[in-house]
Design a protein around this ligand. Structure first.
Ligand code: ADP
Length: 492
């Protein structure tokens, strides 16, 4: 429990800290990139305005020269407008506030002309320099120039197309950069953009001060390439990595938990095993000792009884040997030191020898024993001692776990290109869900009728190991209360 907490708590802390710091990083990175974009936009706006102003100053100088020149003024002014893309409309008012140019006003000229006339207050002629006058949405550039007859007030409205051609195209950075510069009007509609804006994200916009009030210079980034988008992408990757980390840690915790549970279970089984083996050894030993002492003290009157005593001692010591062999072999298997000496062996004698060794207990319990061995069984390459021991374990179990019906059947026949030896009983059987577990080391069926019988839980593990070492297998068919049939199959 404590170990689990020791893993889970730091992992959870790392996850939370990671999440919080990723979010903070995202926030500050977004802020920073917005600020940078705004700086870039402001710089671009400054540059545009500077160039615009220089272009206009140049236009005013040319206009002054045109006005001062001799000759008909109107064609000369037409020429000036044609040569000045930035100028949309030009207005020239003489000192009497009469419109000198354009000769043929169009719709929309009237408000500009009246705005210019408003400027002609006392002393207007002496006002030098340029001024901006707002007429509705647009801004008009005005200046006092001189023509051949005296001062004149001029007004110029700007052309967006001229702005694009004369200023923006030469000024704003080239096509390669991912950033797109654009000019948007007061409603946010793009008036000009370097490249199509489809799907691009607006990163920052700063207002234009002179010339185009209400317009803004805006910076766009194609979708997915903006610093904000890349920060978001990195944050998602970070979050994904964090999630994977958490899943891995969680899987690790579950795996460790399972391992600990299995180890605990194994430790318990081992403790049971030691107790069971000691108990198993003690029973035959005390029988041997009791019979031996009785014989030694000369308390057995007749020869027949003495013979019986000797037989019991021999039988119990045989059992003891089997038991110790089992444990020793098991420990050899566990240590990877068990070796098998293969030699062609006839099956029938092996089966009969094994059963002979159990003749006494079988007879004593009144077992009905059936043996059916197919004639002409081929010899099988095997370690005869090991297979004999495996069979002995199966027969021993059939006796140990017998019920009221004392019945044992051993069959051997050719099957699947090998030989199958089956040991059947009509004993207590094995519950279906435990049928595979009984072959695991130390495993004993948990029911009280099994637990009441001596045993250490290594017999079937040994049988399985022997079967597999020969390239064969062991399996069980069983019904609780009806009996079991263990089949050991060995390849030829
Ligand atoms: P044990 O020393 O307990 O007999 P084994 O490995 O030989 O150990 O057997 C494992 C378990 O399988 C036994 O504890 C018993 O529950 C079950 N078992 C084995 N053989 C039989 C059988 N013939 N009938 C019923 N249960 C059996």
């Amino acid at each position: 429990m404590f170990t689990l907490l020791a893993i889970v708590l730091p992992a959870a802390t790392v996850a939370v800290l990671g999440y919080v710091s990723l979010r903070q990083w995202q926030h500050s990175a977004e802020l920073l990139s917005r600020e940078q974009a705004r700086d870039v936009a402001a710089m671009a706006a400054d540059k545009v305005e500077m160039v615009l102003r220089a272009t206009e100053d140049d236009a005013l100088a040319r206009l002054q020269a045109t006005l001062a020149a001799r000759g008909p003024v109107e064609p000369a002014l037409d020429g000036f407008v044609a040569a000045t893309p930035i100028a949309q409309r030009l207005y020239v008012l003489d000192r009497g506030a009469r419109v000198v140019y354009p000769r043929a006003p169009v719709d929309g000229d009237a408000p500009v002309i009246s705005a210019l006339r408003v400027l002609m207050t006392r002393g207007w002629e002496d006002r030098g320099g340029r001024r901006e006058v707002a007429v509705g949405e647009i801004s008009v550039l005005t200046a006092v120039l001189r023509d051949g007859r005296g001062p004149a007030l001029i007004g110029i409205t700007r052309s967006a197309e001229g702005l694009r051609r004369q200023v923006l195209e030469s000024l704003l950075p080239g096509q390669e950069a991912p950033t797109i510069y654009a000019i948007v009007d007061s409603a946010g509609r793009p008036v000009y953009s370097q490249r199509p804006l489809d799907g691009a994200d607006l990163v920052a916009a700063v207002p234009f001060r002179n010339g185009f009030p209400g317009w803004r210079i805006a910076i766009y980034q194609p979708r997915g390439t903006s610093p904000v988008a890349s920060v978001r992408r990195q944050v998602s990757i970070g979050m994904g990595a964090l999630a994977v980390l958490i899943v891995v840690i969680a899987a690790g915790v579950v795996a460790v938990g399972r391992l600990v549970r299995r180890e605990t279970e194994m430790a318990r089984l081992k403790a049971d095993f030691v107790a069971n083996v000691s108990h198993d050894l003690k029973t035959p030993l005390s029988v041997i000792r009791m019979y031996g002492e009785t014989l030694e003290m000369g308390r057995v009157p007749d020869d027949a009884s003495r013979q019986e005593y000797y037989r019991v001692i021999t039988r119990e010591s045989e059992r003891l040997t089997r038991l110790i062999d089992n444990v020793l072999d098991f420990s050899r298997i566990e240590g990877g030191r068990r070796r098998y000496d293969m030699a062609p062996t006839a099956v029938e004698p092996l089966v009969r020898e094994t059963l002979d060794a159990f003749a006494y207990p079988l007879g004593q319990h009144g077992f009905k024993v059936e043996v059916e061995i197919a004639p002409d069984l081929p010899e099988v390459a095997m370690d005869a001692d090991a297979v004999g021991q495996a069979l002995a374990n199966l027969v021993d179990n059939a006796i140990k776990y017998s019920g009221d019906t004392k019945w044992l059947r051993v069959e051997a026949q050719a099957a699947d290109g090998g030989v199958a030896i089956a040991v059947s009983d009509r004993g207590i059987g094995v519950p279906r869900e435990e049928a595979q577990k009984i072959f695991e080391k130390f495993y004993r069926v948990g029911r009280s009728d099994t637990q009441a019988r001596r045993g250490s839980g290594v017999g079937l593990a040994l049988v399985k190991h022997v079967a597999e070492a020969h390239g064969g297998r062991i399996n069980v068919e069983s019904r609780p209360g009806e009996g079991s049939r263990f089949t050991l199959w060995l390849p030829r």
